[in-house]
Ligand binder design. Structure first.
Ligand code: NAP
Ligand code: GDP
Length: 340
């Protein structure tokens, strides 16, 4: 029987590598879009030992004609669009680039699917950031909740979300959105707050880092899940009999400060919070400053509270996450300790 084929854009990223590993295990032939970099972009694929099992396509998401050619030539069963300028804070500094990659590239893929490969099933990596800042505090957000994007990242993702829906409705293309809340793993990018905290604290404890960890708004709350669980549901979304939109979350949220406390508890590290506002800091029993709030790390606007409601995914896709936040933290700590 002919193997099913999938193109994954963003294959060198956190979700791309977890998803590639899953699809390869399922016997799917994986093509991965990568762009040229001067440093090694394959460390996540190497972590799963799958870099040689992937057919690499060297193209930047902004090269629209070359992306079209790939889709036309491969005519894949699946296109998982995970590539993005994914860092919200950076999107304020480079909104045009962010929109070019996160939004225009999506429109380009959908056009290519419509024109030359209309049996290809398309997955768009939508984001809880699209809900933005104006929802009622701590209201669980679902597929019907109002979107209020407040960053260039969120605006670009919301536009791409609507294009995905539009191509599904107008042209009968199998095009689904996964509205994923934050998900982390040992392979999370280093700029994101969970990785920054876990890596920083493990390094401080092992004498590899002298300076404190600087953080921005530690009262911001996120609904954090594990990337391994979330790529499994991405595959379920694409295997469901019809295209649709699904919220994927853990249905619980914690502040950044609570996350720090949980990591410290897992590390057996006693910390004490002192001061208020931008003077707030965490010290250890000897008075050494481990964490310091830094004004520069606050965003022009921040989404300060996110929590999801996955009733739909639970009912239709029969999905519930396996790993809770504490298990995620344990995985992340173990990885850092091995790599110290
Ligand atoms: P990530 O680790 O930052 O990975 C992003 C990927 O996109 C990388 O492989 C990156 O390649 C690639 N990329 C960026 N710009 C590109 C370009 N111009 N041409 C080709 N490739 C490009 O992100 P992630 O955490 O895996 O997230 C995957 C997707 O889900 C993203 O679309 C993200 O916005 C979305 N999302 C993530 C979360 C989350 O909590 N993780 C939540 C909701 C939605 P390089 O390795 O070369 O940089
Ligand atoms: P995001 O939800 O995709 O923006 O994921 P991040 O991990 O980048 O940020 C999650 C939350 O943590 C946001 O509300 C940030 O403002 C907050 N935060 C506080 N300090 C930091 C920090 O030093 N780095 C990052 N990345 N976020 C921080």
């Amino acid at each position: 029987m002919k193997k099913k084929t999938a193109i994954i854009s963003g294959i060198t990223g956190q979700d791309g590598s977890y998803l590639a590993n899953l699809l390869i295990k399922k016997g799917i032939r994986v093509y991965g879009i990568i762009r040229r970099t001067s440093t090694d972009p394959f460390y996540r694929l190497k972590y799963f030992n799958i870099e040689k099992k992937i057919e690499l396509i060297n193209v930047d998401m902004s090269e629209h004609q070359r992306i079209n050619n790939c889709i036309n030539k491969i005519k894949p069963n699946f296109f998982f669009n995970l590539a993005a300028q994914s860092f919200v804070a950076y999107s304020y500094y480079n909104p045009i680039y962010t929109d070019t990659i996160n939004n225009l590239s999506v429109l380009n893929i959908l056009e290519a699917i419509k024109n030359s490969s209309n049996k290809t099933k398309f997955y768009q990596a939508s984001s809880s950031e699209m809900y933005g800042g104006l929802n009622y505090y701590n209201k669980k957000l679902n597929e019907d909740s109002k979107f209020n994007p407040i960053s260039p990242y969120a605006i670009s993702k919301l536009s791409a979300y609507h294009y995905t829906k539009m191509y599904r409705r107008s042209y009968n293309i199998f095009a689904s959105n996964g509205i994923l809340f934050n998900h982390e793993s040992p392979l999370r990018g280093e700029q994101f707050v969970t990785k920054k905290i876990v890596k920083g604290l493990v390094e401080i404890l092992n004498g590899k880092k002298e300076d404190p960890i600087y953080l921005g708004n530690i009262y911001s709350k996120r609904d954090w899940g594990h990337a391994k669980d979330y790529v499994e549901v991405i595959y379920k979304i694409m295997s469901y009999k019809k295209a649709d939109d699904f919220v994927i979350a853990s249905n619980k949220n914690y502040s950044v400060k609570e996350f720090v406390n949980l990591v410290c508890k897992n590390l057996g590290l006693k910390i004490f919070w002192r001061g208020k506002g931008i003077n707030e800091k965490a010290i250890d029993k000897n008075g050494k400053i481990l964490i310091k709030v830094n004004k520069k790390l606050f965003r022009p606007l921040d989404v300060t509270n996110l929590i999801g409601d996955t009733i739909k995914a639970k009912k239709i896709l029969k999905w519930t996450p396996r790993k809770n936040l504490n298990e995620l933290i344990k995985d992340m700590i173990l990885f850092e300790e091995k790599n110290i």
